[in-house]
Design a protein around this ligand. Structure first.
Ligand SMILES: *[C@@H]1O[C@H](CO)[C@@H](O)[C@H](O)[C@H]1NC(C)=O
Ligand SMILES: *[C@@H]1O[C@H](CO)[C@@H](O)[C@H](O)[C@H]1NC(C)=O
Ligand SMILES: *[C@@H]1O[C@H](CO)[C@@H](O)[C@H](O)[C@H]1NC(C)=O
Ligand SMILES: *[C@@H]1O[C@H](CO)[C@@H](O)[C@H](O)[C@H]1NC(C)=O
Ligand SMILES: *[C@@H]1O[C@H](CO)[C@@H](O)[C@H](O)[C@H]1NC(C)=O
Ligand SMILES: *[C@@H]1O[C@H](CO)[C@@H](O)[C@H](O)[C@H]1NC(C)=O
Ligand SMILES: *[C@@H]1O[C@H](CO)[C@@H](O)[C@H](O)[C@H]1NC(C)=O
Ligand SMILES: *[C@@H]1O[C@H](CO)[C@@H](O)[C@H](O)[C@H]1NC(C)=O
Ligand SMILES: *[C@@H]1O[C@H](CO)[C@@H](O)[C@H](O)[C@H]1NC(C)=O
Length: 747
């Protein structure tokens, strides 16, 4: 549930999933492939009737609550798995279990959702570099699984867009057809009981706009961050699959159905800003469906999750998925608070008054009533009843279960004139700039403590809040966001996750409605934060790379992104985390995306799709479990299984005891035909890393060469611990870096 909790902090409000009266629940049912392979479109009807044969004979059952409801199929899958989703009672599931061909039935899971400026921060400039080389992502189709879209938004205008490529088979839901155009080429809804792809939440509009929104002039929130808003791949097409309701709840049965359709439709990239807690891959809907999507050459980019900074929180951990963490970019929406004692603290806010008003007001501590520890200190709606609040600036504590904007509304309703919101300690320097309904700003926990101490030191504490607007050129960026989920990878400890980081803090992008409750602007952009925002940045970059290099496989695109990252910030120091200490490998993976370098990586670690079979067997899954991913029978004792660490991945995650371990990697030359690479190793502390050979000489393009790397302990220390380093292949023109995480264990 950690994912949901942090989600609440940064993006959404949540409501309990409605509990139904009936005993029916939605199950995802896996079955064996039918005897005579059914694969062609014309046989889909046969597949459907095969699936129906598993449903209980009596189509109507009386449940114990007295409700009469048929057991019914909701989704029938053919690409992402063999099986279907159906409403069933537990006794109906029991009945199905006895049928030949039945594999498993899992209850559906509910997953949660997890700019003007970010393209230029990423080095994308008009008529130059990767934007020019990729023709702005022209011809590439990005499928976005989310809360839907508002089609009339200027970010989805198709001025200058070519028609979709001939391979496109997708559709726009019935009454939505007229809304689609050459930018928004598909819109389907998998939200149960609602066939409209219209976004009632905002999240889906924001993520789609980030990935591939058109150029929109004068985009801003209350005049902040004013500029030309544009997605990362402005000439890519968008296909929207609505899998979440307006509260941001997304069922895995719907996600499977959407990805099943997206594969048929012909998308090139899938952008998935959703996730849940860790699960084995055969039970994880996104991992399962992404496996089939990747097999068809579709690149899957997914959010790492918003459950940081705790370790082992990363979601979407499968090696065939690009797992994206979040960090800041160099634009701040700065606001400052000045106290009566002249101390001044910097915060962030998207609130922007027409005229700056730095008048001092009395301060009010919402936490002053010692008998209320849970509501008033957090300015929970309805909790502020003290008439003394009127005309004061209220100091509130941040609560992960509330939206920041709602905390401000609560202060406004109580008659307050401003709000200072003190972040949680774990947030460190990560601050959220939001479109507040009254003058308000986010300050760090450390600064908040100083403000409270000042209030305690005087009988008439006063403060003024000043909004300083948009500030670009913050040198300490990127900084990892406190909420960005961290490794190590729980589902597959031998694969390092997250893979990399990208911009996900205070990102400006399209929004369905004006966010200004005062209605004094017509802004239809909003600033929000989350790994949900960093994911579509990488989806857009994948589209640019795919357009520039149509022959690159999903694994090649991912390798190119991961081996060319930045590990230093704009000030040329190591990238920091929210505590302002160097971010570790479980926060940043390979580092921060550098799109220009990713377009010319020199060497790539391509993972032949067939290698995932020995990898999955090496995870000690049963034959049946591996079969659920492969959609065919497999006997792992006949497959030469490999340890996870042996997968040809662009990074290393090693658990090291006293026995040395050797792995091989194969690199493919896509740089200069004749080129020579020399290895550079920075060994993790207490570990020896030996690479053989230490030089790779290529004589032609697409030539593959293999090297061996041996890890051994150099100390007899019995202490467990995580250490990190990297190995890098350097030629005169390229540098190909792989991060190394080593977990030392006493054994
Ligand atoms: C399409 O139909 C659905 C349900 O019938 C409705 O809720 C939605 O508003 C309609 N959408 C448009 C764009 O007309
Ligand atoms: C945004 O910038 C444009 C161009 O510089 C300017 O014309 C417009 O007035 C600005 N809008 C706001 C709200 O500041
Ligand atoms: C600032 O706010 C105070 C209190 O609302 C008001 O009296 C004052 O006129 C305002 N000043 C400006 C410059 O708007
Ligand atoms: C303090 O909190 C208690 C418990 O919520 C409440 O009953 C009481 O009215 C509050 N006192 C003031 C002055 O708000
Ligand atoms: C407030 O001041 C009192 C006495 O001056 C002190 O005992 C107390 O610890 C202070 N509280 C805070 C939160 O600083
Ligand atoms: C799988 O089982 C083997 C043999 O018991 C063990 O060495 C290996 O660590 C296991 N792998 C995983 C990923 O659990
Ligand atoms: C799997 O292969 C092993 C070794 O060839 C064999 O002994 C076993 O019976 C096979 N299992 C199944 C379920 O076919
Ligand atoms: C690569 O070429 C260098 C000379 O340029 C040579 O010394 C080295 O042995 C070669 N390495 C391999 C693995 O062929
Ligand atoms: C570790 O201990 C073994 C046996 O106690 C010893 O032979 C070896 O030299 C030690 N290695 C190091 C690096 O200290």
């Amino acid at each position: 549930m950690g994912f949901l909790k942090i989600l609440l902090i940064f993006i959404f409000c949540s409501f309990p999933w409605p509990s139904t009266q009936s005993d029916f629940e939605t199950y995802i049912v896996h079955v064996e492939s039918p005897e005579n392979q059914i694969s062609t479109q014309s046989l889909l009807m046969d597949l459907e009737s095969y699936y129906l044969s598993f449903l209980p004979k009596s189509t109507t059952t009386i449940s114990s609550s007295g409700n009469e409801e048929p057991a019914r199929m909701i989704y029938s899958y053919h690409n992402v798995m063999k099986g279907f989703a159906a409403r069933l009672t537990t006794s109906q599931v029991k009945e199905m279990e006895t049928k030949p061909g039945f594999v498993s039935a899992q209850k559906q899971r509910i997953l949660s959702l997890q700019t003007t400026h970010t393209p230029s921060f990423l080095g994308l400039q008009q008529s130059m570099g990767l934007w020019k080389d990729s023709n702005y992502g022209k011809g590439v189709i990005i499928g976005v699984l989310d809360t839907g879209i508002v089609p009339d938004h200027p970010s989805f205008s198709d001025v200058g867009m070519p028609p979709p490529p001939a391979k496109w088979k997708g559709v726009c839901e019935s009454n939505f057809t007229s809304k689609c155009n050459n930018k928004l080429i598909g819109a389907r809804s998998y939200e149960h009981g609602n066939d409209s792809p219209v976004d009632k939440n905002g999240h889906g509009t924001h993520t789609a706009g980030t990935a591939a929104g058109a150029f929109v002039k004068d985009a801003n929130v209350f005049g902040n961050a004013n500029g030309t808003a544009v997605g990362i791949a402005p000439l890519a097409h968008i296909a929207v699959y609505k899998v979440c309701n307006s509260d941001g709840q997304c069922s895995d049965s719907a996600i499977l159905a959407a990805m099943d359709a997206a594969i048929d439709d012909g998308v090139d990239i899938l952008s998935i800003s959703l996730g849940g807690s860790t699960k084995p891959f055969h039970e994880d809907g996104i991992a399962l469906a992404s496996y089939s999507a990747t097999e068809r050459g579709i690149f899957v980019s997914a959010a790492a999750g918003n459950s940081g900074p705790s370790l082992r929180t990363v979601a979407n951990e499968a090696p065939w998925i690009l797992t994206v963490g979040a960090s800041t970019h160099d634009r701040k929406l700065k606001a400052t608070v000045k106290l009566g004692n002249k101390e001044e603290f910097e915060g962030e806010s998207a609130y922007h008054p027409k005229t700056s008003n730095s008048t001092f007001f009395a301060l009010y501590d919402a936490g002053k009533n010692e008998s209320d520890q849970f509501d008033a200190p957090f300015c929970r709606p309805g909790s502020l009843t003290d008439p003394a609040i009127k005309g004061k600036i209220v100091v509130c504590l941040r609560s992960g279960s509330l939206l920041r904007v709602d905390q401000g509304q609560s202060v406004k309703d109580a008659g307050g004139v401003g709000m200072i919101l003190i972040n949680e300690q774990q947030d460190g320097v990560t601050k959220s700039a939001e479109a507040h309904v009254l003058p308000a700003l986010d300050v760090s926990n450390a600064d908040g403590k100083k403000i409270l101490a000042y209030m305690n030191s005087t009988s008439n504490p006063v403060a003024s809040i000043t909004f300083r607007g948009t500030v670009i050129g913050e040198k300490n960026t990127p900084i990892v966001a406190s909420f960005s989920s961290r490794g190590p990878n729980v589902a597959s400890p031998g694969i390092l996750k997250p893979d990399l980081i990208g911009p996900g803090v205070n990102v400006l992008a399209a929004w369905p409605t004006p966010v200004d409750n005062n209605k004094n602007t017509k802004s239809t952009f909003n600033v929000i934060s989350g790994t949900s925002m960093s994911c579509p940045h990488l989806s857009g970059i994948a589209a640019l790379l795919k357009s520039a290099h149509p022959d690159w496989s999903p694994a090649a695109i991912k390798s190119a992104m991961m081996t060319t990252t930045d590990t230093l910030n704009l000030a040329k120091n190591p990238i920091l985390d929210e505590r302002l200490i160097p971010a570790n490998i479980f926060a940043i993976g390979a580092g921060h995306i550098n799109p220009l370098r990713a377009s010319d990586p020199g060497l790539i670690y391509d993972t032949p799709f067939d290698d995932y079979v020995p990898y999955l067997c090496g995870l000690n899954y049963t034959n049946r479990e591996v079969g659920k991913l492969l959609q065919r029978k497999v006997n792992c004792s006949e497959v030469k299984s490999i340890p996870e660490e042996q997968l040809n991945y662009p990074s290393f995650s090693i658990r090291l005891g006293s026995t040395p371990q050797t792995y091989t990697r194969t690199v493919t030359n896509i740089g200069d035909a004749r080129s020579s690479y020399k290895v550079e190793v920075v060994s993790p502390k207490g570990v020896s890393v030996k690479v053989k050979p230490s030089k790779l000489n290529f004589t032609m393009l697409n030539q593959k060469l293999t090297y061996q790397v041996t890890f051994s302990k150099t100390t007899n220390s019995s202490k467990d611990g995580d250490v990190e380093g990297f190995l890098k292949w350097n030629s005169n023109r390229h540098s190909v870096r792989s991060p190394i995480a080593v977990r030392l264990s006493a054994e």
